[in-house]
Each structure stands twice: as structure tokens, then as C-alpha cells.
Design a protein around this ligand. Structure first.
Ligand code: AMP
Length: 146
């Protein structure tokens, strides 16, 4: 079996992120692969655009700044340099696919909460990334076990 050469780890900046990154790191180490981190910011207009007649640009900039700082801090703690950090505006699934393709990644690592029932029907980012990915996807089980 061929080894992975470039790994993209998707980080939502929640407390589960370390678990997801650690798994990505372990695989990168074992394969001698390059590791990239991505965090996607969903534009406020996606959620509220049509409904609330408001200019979101100030709040959006603030969210962008905060998220960038958090990703930098997270990357620093995980030994990932700035050239391997990607902060992108858009829909997580779409941007994770696009960035993986752009960088030529052969593995995407995401967290998965193992949802069931209604939550499963509504879908998750992990499901969204899996469907339509042009490379392997590893879903790392995160969150508390019931
Ligand atoms: P969710 O389905 O939203 O619970 O997220 C599951 C996993 O998808 C997270 O652990 C991340 O790996 C990834 N993910 C979710 N949201 C984002 C985001 N905004 N940016 C990057 N990755 C994300």
C-alpha cells in the first residue's frame, strides 16, 4: 500500500480539535508526510443573509481575526508552521474539498461525533467531507462516549 504524502486536518477550533490533530500528526509521522491545518469560517450572510437587513462586515472581520489568532495558537502548540495553516471563508465541506485538491492532499482527517437519529439525518461536516472527496478521508471519533 502506498504511503500518504500530504495530509489535510480539518479543525473546527472546538475542544475536540487536539484529538483530531494528534491523529493526523501520528499518521504524518509514520508516513513521512506533510501536514496542513484548515479552518473554515462560515459567512454570517449564509445563515442570516436574506432574513435580517444588516451589514455583517464588521462582525465578520472580528470573527475572522479571532479565528485566525486561535488557529495560529493551535498550530503553534501542535508544531505546524504558518505556511501550512489555511483559514478560508465558505462552507466547510466545499472549502475542505477544494483546499485538499489545490494542495494535492491524499488524506483528509476530520472529527466525527458518531451522531444518530435525527442528528444523523441532518448530516454532519464529516459526512459532507466524505461524500465527494477526491482522496481518502479519516473520521476520528471525538466527543464523549455515552
Ligand atoms: P461537525 O460535524 O460540525 O460536528 O464537525 C465534525 C468535524 O468536521 C470537526 O471535528 C472538524 O474536523 C470538521 N469541521 C467542522 N466544522 C469545521 C470548520 N468550520 N472548519 C474546519 N473543519 C471543520
Amino acid at each position: 500500500m502506498s504511503e500518504y504524502t500530504k495530509i489535510l486536518v480539518a479543525i473546527d477550533l472546538s475542544e475536540d480539535s487536539s484529538q483530531v490533530a494528534q491523529r493526523g500528526h501520528a499518521i504524518a509521522r509514520n508516513n513521512g508526510a506533510e501536514l496542513h491545518l484548515i479552518h473554515v469560517i462560515e459567512p454570517l450572510s449564509f445563515a442570516y443573509g436574506g432574513d435580517i437587513p444588516m451589514d455583517f462586515s464588521g462582525i465578520q472581520d472580528e470573527i475572522h481575526q479571532q479565528a485566525t489568532q486561535q488557529l495560529h495558537r493551535f498550530a503553534e502548540n501542535n508544531g505546524v508552521d504558518e505556511q501550512h495553516q489555511h483559514i478560508i471563508l465558505g462552507r466547510p465541506e466545499v472549502e475542505i474539498h477544494a483546499t485538499a485538491e489545490e494542495l494535492g492532499c491524499d488524506l483528509i482527517v476530520v472529527g466525527s461525533h458518531g451522531r444518530y437519529g435525527l442528528a444523523l439525518l441532518m448530516g454532519s461536516t464529516a459526512n459532507g467531507v466524505l461524500h465527494g472527496a477526491g482522496c481518502d478521508v479519516l473520521a476520528v471519533r471525538v466527543g464523549k462516549k455515552k
